[in-house]
Structure formats: structure tokens, C-alpha cells
Write a protein that binds this ligand. Structure first.
Ligand SMILES: *[C@@H]1O[C@H](CO)[C@@H](O)[C@H](O)[C@H]1NC(C)=O
Ligand SMILES: *[C@@H]1O[C@H](CO)[C@@H](O)[C@H](O)[C@H]1NC(C)=O
Ligand SMILES: *[C@@H]1O[C@H](CO)[C@@H](O)[C@H](O)[C@H]1NC(C)=O
Ligand SMILES: *[C@@H]1O[C@H](CO)[C@@H](O)[C@H](O)[C@H]1NC(C)=O
Length: 228
């Protein structure tokens, strides 16, 4: 009866979702904004870089306001600003302060993507990029997530670190294998020596036994007496 099993599973899922929903209720009422796992991204000067940002809202939204700010030690400004009419429409840019910036995100399959692309990055673009999302239904300040952009000459620094780590790990593993092999060889050597010693003892004692028995002598005595 596959039907009853399925229904059981559906029930369990429903119950699970319900309980989880109750548990998460205070959180999911509000928006959640994320820039992903990395808190710092590196870009080479002259190239382009995607500054990621997504948001989620369990209860839907309309006329949602979003914007990006740029922050470094001596300036703080809004670099892009826009709205998302509803869950079925793509985000629309209302303002941006730099031609090199473009909105790359889209609203589809529950992924509300408001990432921006920064072209021809310069060393002066290094700084904090924060994306904000504000649901008009909520009164308090926008939810936000920040990513740090570091513009570098070459990505070698990062590569070197990774390479060094890999080399260190590989070297460590090889070293360990060699060490284990040496230890094994040494133990085998010691065991062999010990066994050889034992064998030697056995051989010599048996030899002693032979001489002590004086077998050859007795044999000679056993020689049949010469007939006269
Ligand atoms: C990046 O900056 C370095 C140092 O200023 C410069 O030599 C190089 O040409 C730049 N690269 C690009 C792609 O602009
Ligand atoms: C940007 O910098 C200003 C002044 O340093 C600070 O008050 C503000 O909180 C910063 N904003 C972000 C998003 O870091
Ligand atoms: C957001 O959109 C950009 C550009 O299309 C894409 O590269 C990125 O992977 C998207 N992010 C997510 C989380 O889907
Ligand atoms: C950004 O969000 C944090 C909580 O995640 C909040 O404490 C902070 O005040 C927000 N920043 C701004 C400028 O709204």
C-alpha cells in the first residue's frame, strides 16, 4: 500500500513544517538579506566583479525598496537604488551613481537576486559594499548585508596561500608516509635481527647437543668388530 506511506510522510512533513514555522515565526516575519558565505572578495584592477546579494521573505512583498551603499574610511554614499514591484517582476533601478555599475539580479524561483556588477574596478573601489532591503510593510530600518571588496594587483597572494597550504599538506602526508615506512622498516629489521639471533641460538645449541652427544664417537664405537 504505497498510498498510506505517502500520506504518512506528507503528514510528518506538514507537521514538521508547521512546527518549524512556529519556531521561526519571529524571524521569518521580517526580511532576510544575504551576501553569501564569503565576507571578503578579491578583484584584480581592470577586471569586473559581481557583488552578490539576495533576500528572502516568507510572506511576500510589494514595492520593496532596495539600495547599495559604498563605505570606506573617508566616504559613505549610495551607489544604486531601486524597487521591486512584486514577486513576479524584476528589480528596477531608479538611480546609480556610476556607469560602471549594473544590476545583475532577477526575481525568480524564490531567489530574489539583487546582485550588482562593478566593471573596470580600480584600487579606489576597495571598501565595504552593503545591500539594503526595506519592505514598506515594515517600519524599522532596512535589513542589510555587507561584503568587503579588496582590489588587488594580482590574485597571486591568494593563490600562493592556497598553494602553500596544499604543498604543506601534501608534504606533510608524504613525510608521514615516509616516516611510517621507515618505522615499519626499522621494526621489520629489529624483528628480523631478533629472530636471527634466536635462530642462531637454536642452531648453535643443537650443534652443541650434537657434539655433547658425541654421536660420531659412538658411531665409531658401533663399528662392527674386525673379524680375525
Ligand atoms: C593594475 O595595476 C597595476 C599597477 O598599478 C598596473 O601595472 C596594471 O596595468 C593594472 N592592470 C589593469 C588591467 O589595469
Ligand atoms: C559607513 O561609514 C559611516 C562613517 O564611517 C558609518 O557611520 C556607517 O555606519 C557606515 N555604514 C556601513 C554600512 O558600514
Ligand atoms: C544572482 O545573479 C547573478 C547574475 O545573473 C548570478 O551570477 C548569481 O549566481 C546569482 N546569485 C544567486 C544566489 O542566484
Ligand atoms: C544592518 O543590520 C544590522 C543587523 O543585521 C543592524 O544592527 C544595523 O543597524 C543595520 N545597519 C543599518 C545601517 O541599518
Amino acid at each position: 500500500m504505497p498510498g498510506s506511506g505517502d500520506r504518512g510522510a506528507a503528514w510528518a512533513r506538514w507537521l514538521g513544517t508547521g512546527l518549524l514555522g512556529l519556531f521561526l515565526l519571529p524571524v521569518s516575519l521580517s526580511l532576510e538579506v544575504s551576501v553569501g558565505k564569503a565576507t571578503t572578495i578579491y578583484a584584480v584592477n581592470g577586471t569586473e566583479i559581481l557583488l552578490p546579494c539576495t533576500f528572502s521573505s516568507c510572506f511576500g512583498f510589494y514595492d520593496l525598496h532596495f539600495w547599495w551603499t559604498y563605505n570606506n574610511s573617508d566616504t559613505s554614499r549610495t551607489i544604486l537604488d531601486g524597487i521591486v514591484k512584486n514577486e513576479k517582476s524584476d528589480p528596477k533601478v531608479k538611480f546609480k551613481d556610476d556607469e560602471r555599475i549594473s544590476l545583475e539580479g532577477s526575481i525568480k524561483e524564490k531567489v530574489n537576486n539583487i546582485s550588482i556588477l562593478l566593471r573596470n574596478v580600480d584600487f579606489s573601489d576597495t571598501g565595504k559594499y552593503t545591500c539594503f532591503v526595506k519592505n514598506p510593510k515594515e517600519n524599522h530600518a532596512g535589513h542589510n548585508a555587507t561584503i568587503f571588496l579588496q582590489v588587488v594587483d594580482k590574485l597571486e597572494e591568494v593563490d600562493n596561500t592556497v598553494t602553500l597550504i596544499i604543498l604543506a599538506v601534501v608534504g606533510g602526508v608524504i613525510g608521514l608516509l615516509i616516516f611510517i615506512m621507515l618505522v615499519k622498516k626499522f621494526i621489520a629489521f629489529v624483528l628480523k635481527k631478533t629472530q636471527e639471533k634466536k635462530k642462531e641460538c637454536l642452531v648453535s645449541s643443537s650443534g652443541n647437543d650434537n657434539t655433547e652427544n658425541g654421536l660420531p664417537g659412538s658411531k665409531a664405537e658401533e663399528k662392527p668388530p674386525t673379524k680375525v
